[in-house]
Ligand binder design. Structure first.
Ligand code: ATP
Ligand code: MG
Length: 750
């Protein structure tokens, strides 16, 4: 909890603990099992379970099942699933309000005996009239004069089912002129001849929320009953019931926080049920639904949802959160976690006329600044596919990809130039004849050819065909009212996208970044090896329709637009000059140069760092990745570090004092604490290990633990070198000098 300003609920909890009001913090998450939980419930789950966890208390999961006609066990399961998937554990068994029906009934009889509750037999309509208005006091029903005995007898008959629905109700006798209308003799019980999914047909009466909730909290020993703002006026009843029954000394108090609303979606179980029943979506777990099951199927991680809940904060004012903030959270989470691979959505054949034979190109799954290891082989031959959008015959100014005049790099492979454009009789481009530049191979490029971007591609014979489901927002309007507002293009299916084979054969993960396209998730239900299906989780940057109108935010500002390689927006002259300098003189790759050149704030930051330490590539990478990511959420003057400190950090990497992986860790620490990088490295003992005497025993241990892989390696599967290096680096907690580890591992295995 350190470093984070506490929200008002946690402050209340702390005050109560300090005052000795409770020995233990007990919260509860009390959903009604009448639909699948949505992202709003995630907020409530994060708050209730989060607070219990932070203060070593516990949180109950309670099904608030007092409404027999709308509830169902499938919803109970969905709620349990959601809590567990988010990583929380409820205390003991799942609780049910229906389990307390006998106790609640006894409490109601108590109130009757105290003359504090009565059976009312006026019609619903008359009851409404008698209630008065905000400016006018109400009048008490004549039935309020019934004797205790009569009330007890009628109440028992109600329970046994001797009356019809609506014939009588049980009401609290409070105050018909109370300014809070809810206190004008609120209903405690009503008659319902309905089968209950757990209690069966035992009860013909069901308690109202206002009666059942506070008592259930009390029965469970809840200390802090946290609910959403719309219950603010119910708090008086909550207190009245507990106080009138004299339930002391330790009893729960209710605290309210703002409900989460997100634009471009609806957020009540009732409205979501309508979509499911109306067939507008494919069930509760449709990846377009704001349900936890839907987000999960779409590919959201629990971490991203919890981070999102954290980022929106806990407040007392209702507000609408931009869905972009949720999308930011998953992008931010996956950015450093998932493998990056190549997929071509709309294939265009390219024949490389001067290439013979075939080869395999080893390519990393993760960019070098991500603390993960692993590579795969990309088959390459004279016949490949690129994306249709990566070739243009009549390019607009600022088009960076392949044109008849402009060469482009095939990511990880060669630079190609277009030699001939082949069209069908309708004039559509169906094939490109190209030539590759043999001395331009990525990493060993001596060709001197300048390109402005690198594009994804796949080899034609070995690529795998996949189905891709592209999801967009479910509604086209920001505050949807009805099905009229549904976005007709919320689902697009591409049946014949092509993907590099390792994704299907090696399955390094279930979530991927498809380079330049976005983040994707192997559909957990429909995916088969014969027919792989991927869901688009989110694009790489904020989608454009959202940028036009930015709704108000609760906490953090909306993530700023990020420029990604290959955009068609032309650069200004100054930007172009920077870009040229970056690529020609500082040898930055075009993607990094592009990001820097187009962002004045970033390029200024970069410049200043560079003046302190001359490490152009290293600094550029950290600035475009880590600093840029922070600047999406913060202003420049809110950063905890200066350009000079970033430069110092990179200097330690250049001097091989620390590895890039550790640099990442140090950066996180700098960003949190504002401490000097050298101090962090010193005080945490993060100095890189290059001493073979320390590394060799670790290598021997890893080798001893993985005899099968050693055998495979020695039989010729040299791909496994990366595996061993990875294991050793992991064992050194990332402190091993990768270069030294690589050499030593190769030596020990060879
Ligand atoms: P819905 O209208 O979607 O059915 P609800 O409030 O009726 O929602 P419950 O199942 O009764 O849903 O809610 C369980 C808990 O989740 C309650 O404490 C409720 O306040 C909380 N909750 C529900 N929706 C939201 C939301 N949008 N934001 C924050 N908390 C929510
Ligand atoms: Mg509800």
């Amino acid at each position: 909890m350190e470093n984070k300003s506490k929200d008002f609920l946690r402050r209340i909890v702390e005050e109560d603990l300090n005052a000795g009001k409770y020995n233990e913090v007990v919260t509860r998450f009390p959903p009604e099992p009448n639909g699948f939980p949505h992202i709003g419930h995630a907020k409530s789950i994060a708050i209730n379970f989060g607070i219990a966890k932070d203060y070593q208390g516990h949180c109950n999961l309670r099904m608030d099942d007092t409404n027999p006609t709308t509830e169902d066990t499938q919803y109970v399961e969905a709620l349990k699933d959601a809590v567990q998937w988010l990583g929380f554990e409820w205390d003991k068994n799942v609780r049910y309000t229906s389990d307390y029906f006998p106790k609640l009934y006894a409490y109601a009889r108590e109130l009757i005996k105290m003359g504090k509750a009565y059976v009312d037999s006026t019609s619903e309509e008359e009851m409404r009239e008698l209630r008065g208005t905000v400016t006018e006091a109400g009048k008490r029903s004549k039935y309020a004069e019934r004797s205790v005995e009569e009330n007890l007898e009628l109440f028992e008959k109600m329970k046994k089912g001797e009356f019809k629905d609506g014939e009588h109700v049980l009401r609290a006798k409070i105050d018909m002129s109370a300014p809070n209308m809810k206190m004008r003799d609120p209903l405690l019980y009503r008659i319902r001849h309905a089968h209950h999914f757990r209690a069966g047909d035992e009860w013909a009466i069901y308690p109202m929320y206002d009666f059942a909730h506070c008592l259930s909290d009390y029965i469970e020993g809840v200390s802090h009953s946290i609910c959403t703002l719309e219950f603010e006026n119910n708090r008086d009843i909550y207190n009245w019931v507990l106080d009138t029954l004299g339930l002391k000394p330790i009893r729960p108090y209710q605290h309210e926080f703002a409900r989460l609303g997100i634009n471009y979606t609806v957020m009540s179980k009732r409205k979501l049920l309508e979509l499911v029943e109306g067939g507008q979506v494919n069930g509760w777990d449709d990846p377009r639904m704001p349900t936890i099951a839907g987000l999960r199927r779409r590919g959201y991680t629990p971490e991203s949802i919890l981070n999102f809940c954290d980022s929106i904060g806990v407040a007392k004012a209702n507000s609408m959160v931009d869905v972009a903030q949720l999308e930011f959270a998953i992008r931010d989470d996956l950015n450093t976690k998932v493998p990056r691979v190549m997929c071509v959505m709309n294939p265009l054949k390219v024949t490389i006329t001067n290439y013979e034979g075939s080869e395999e190109i080893e390519a990393p799954y993760y960019p070098h600044d991500v603390p993960k290891e692993g590579t795969r082989k990309l088959p390459f031959s004279k016949e490949i596919y690129i994306d249709q959008s990566d070739f243009s015959q009549n390019p607009e100014k600022g088009y960076f990809r392949l044109t008849p005049e402009q060469p482009v790099r095939l990511k990880y492979a060669y630079i190609i130039s277009c030699k001939e454009v082949i069209k069908d009789d309708k004039g559509n481009v169906v094939e490109i004849k190209a030539e590759y530049h043999p001395d331009s191979k990525s990493g060993k490029d001596t060709s001197g050819i300048k390109v402005k971007s690198a594009i994804q591609w796949v080899e034609s014979n070995i690529a795998k065909q996949i189905e891709v489901r592209l999801y967009d927002r479910l509604f086209k309007t920001e505050a949807p009212e009805s099905v009229e507002d549904l976005n007709p293009n919320s689902l697009k299916i591409i049946k014949d996208a092509l993907i590099e084979p390792a994704v299907i054969d090696e399955k390094p993960d279930v979530r991927f970044q498809f380079e330049r396209e976005g983040y994707f998730y192997a559909d957990p239900i429909d995916y088969t090896d014969e027919k792989p299906i991927f869901n688009k989780i989110v694009g790489l940057k904020e989608s454009s329709s959202k940028k036009k109108k930015a709704p108000k935010q609760t906490a953090k500002p909306q993530p700023k637009k990020v420029q990604i390689d290959g955009e068609v927006v032309p650069m200004t002259t100054e930007e172009q000059a920077l870009f040229d300098n970056y690529t020609n003189n500082l040898k930055l790759n075009s993607e990094v140069a592009n990001t820097l050149a187009r962002d004045a704030q970033l390029s200024a930051f970069y410049q200043e760092a560079l003046e302190a330490v001359n490490s152009p590539v290293g600094i550029a990478n950290i600035v475009t990745n880590d600093v840029a990511r922070e600047l999406k959420q913060k202003e420049l003057n809110e950063l905890n570090y200066t350009p000079k400190q970033i430069a110092e950090l990179m200097k330690m990497v250049d001097d091989e004092l620390i590895s890039t992986k550790i640099a990442k860790q140090v950066f996180e620490e700098m960003s949190k604490s504002g401490e000097e990088p050298t101090k962090i490295v010193e005080s945490k003992g993060l100095v890189q290990i290059s001493d073979p005497d320390i590394i060799l025993p670790i290598i021997d241990e890893v080798i001893a633990k993985n005899p099968e892989n050693v055998e495979k390696f020695r039989a010729g599967n040299t791909k496994l070198l990366g595996f061993f290096v990875g294991q050793v680096l992991k064992a050194t907690k990332g402190k091993g000098n990768p270069k030294v580890v690589n050499e030593l591992v190769a030596r020990q295995l060879g």
